[in-house]
Design a protein around this ligand. Structure first.
Ligand SMILES: [Zn+2]
Ligand SMILES: [Zn+2]
Length: 407
């Protein structure tokens, strides 16, 4: 068997990775303290003031120029460092919001610290860089669509490539995510005494329950891999009052945006029918539209190579299922981007659980953080230095089928 040929650029990339790795090791006690501090002070979406301020301060200390309040969001920021004139603009994305009750159960403390660690290392150790490095502080991933708002505000304009990592239960770099949309349904009826004069009432809760039944009846007749899930967020105030108001929240997902749009219309029709059947009225509030994730294969492969060089095997993604949605999908639709996973928990442990929150401050979490920091730094360095990789990345972005993604 012929040994794999080593080209100059492979050797140069490996040498860059080793320099960056040494810089990350030198900063490691601070990075470890930083991520544990974020973990100990979880903040909900749009309220990440302490976490954002800590990141901004650390990036300023590392020599970055930082703009805060980017895109009109208090807890967003953009940190910049220019290596030289011209060249590409490469962005590391930081997430730092946590979940109600569970704290950092999605490991965003690790995501933020990996972006910080990679940025510091690049600033110190990338001697032959061109172009500009950005760290974009992205609030409110957990339901607030922070990146969608930053995209709408133009914060990503001029960015050639965006990179982040996410902790998970399986190390994998080529992994799609579902398109998704949220709908809040508000049902209006008429209150009445539920025992003495029920004939005067219109039961908004019945309209809401019939909506769930109508949507459940649709499930047999929807395209495979559809996800529709909802809760009743208001179901009346007392059992002796006919509920005049009820409210439900639904999420609708599929791996193609156009399916989500069509399914949403069917869900709204189900609610209109359900409301009409009891004489109630329904209003809808539609949430942000989360696009499906498009994986940039040359960038993902380079990230995988930098993980494997550190001894971390990279696995294939499961063929079906085990996938959610993220505002990162919208970023990936407008510029080349990657959102690879590094395992910090065994397979079968899901994010958004107390186990995952504990793992995000564990030795396994710190191990994943170090692997990801090095791979992010090394991949960003390759993009800043290696014009062939940047060209391949651009070609892949242009060549990929638009909606649907590659995985
Ligand atoms: Zn999450
Ligand atoms: Zn997450």
């Amino acid at each position: 068997m012929t040994p794999p040929t080593t080209t100059d650029s492979d050797a140069a990339s490996a040498a860059r990775r080793e320099r960056l790795e040494r810089a990350i090791d030198a900063a490691w006690p601070e990075l470890e303290a930083f991520t544990l501090d974020l973990h100990a002070h979880p903040e909900l979406m749009f309220e990440e003031h302490r976490s954002a301020a800590a990141l901004v301060a650390a990036l300023e200390r590392a020599g970055f120029e930082v703009e805060t309040g980017s895109g009109g969001i208090d807890t967003a920021f953009v940190a910049r460092h220019r290596f030289g004139p011209g060249g590409p603009r490469v962005a590391l994305l930081a997430e730092y919001d946590a979940l109600p009750e569970l704290g950092h159960a999605c490991g965003h403390n690790l995501i933020a610290t990996a972006a910080l660690g990679a940025a510091r290392a690049l600033r110190e150790a990338l001697v032959d860089g061109a172009g500009e490095l950005l760290v974009i502080g992205c609030p409110a991933e957990e339901g607030g669509g922070g990146k969608i708002l930053l995209l709408q505000a133009g914060v990503f304009e001029g960015v050639d490539a965006a990179l982040m990592f996410h902790p998970g239960s399986r190390t994998m770099t080529i992994r799609g995510a579902l398109a998704a949309t949220r709908v809040t349904m508000r049902f209006f009826g008429k209150a009445a005494h539920a025992a003495s004069s029920p004939e005067l009432g219109i039961n908004a809760l019945d309209a809401c329950i019939l909506t769930f039944n109508a949507i459940n009846a649709l499930r047999q007749h929807v395209i495979d891999e559809t996800r529709i899930h909802g809760i009743i967020s208001h179901g009346g105030s007392a059992p002796n009052i006919v509920p005049e108001y009820a409210e439900a929240k639904f999420l609708i997902r599929h791996r193609r945006s156009e399916e989500v749009a069509a399914l949403k219309e069917r869900g709204l029709a189900a609610a209109r029918g359900a409301a009409a059947s009891v004489g109630a009225r329904v209003e809808f509030e539609e949430g942000l539209f989360y696009a499906e994730r498009k994986v940039n294969v040359p960038m993902a492969n380079r990230f995988a190579a930098h993980l494997e060089a550190q001894g971390e095997p990279v696995l294939e993604a499961p063929a079906v299922g085990r996938v959610g949605s993220s505002d990162f999908g919208n970023v990936s639709q407008v510029l080349p981007a990657i959102h690879p996973y590094v395992a910090i928990v065994p397979e079968g442990v899901s994010a958004h659980t107390p186990e995952f929150a504990a793992a995000s401050a564990s030795q396994a979490g710190l191990r994943g953080l170090r692997l990801a920091s090095v791979a992010l730094a090394a991949t960003a360095a390759d993009l800043l230095v290696d014009a062939d990789l940047l060209a391949a990345t651009r070609a892949d972005f242009g060549a990929s089928p638009a909606p649907g993604g590659t995985a």
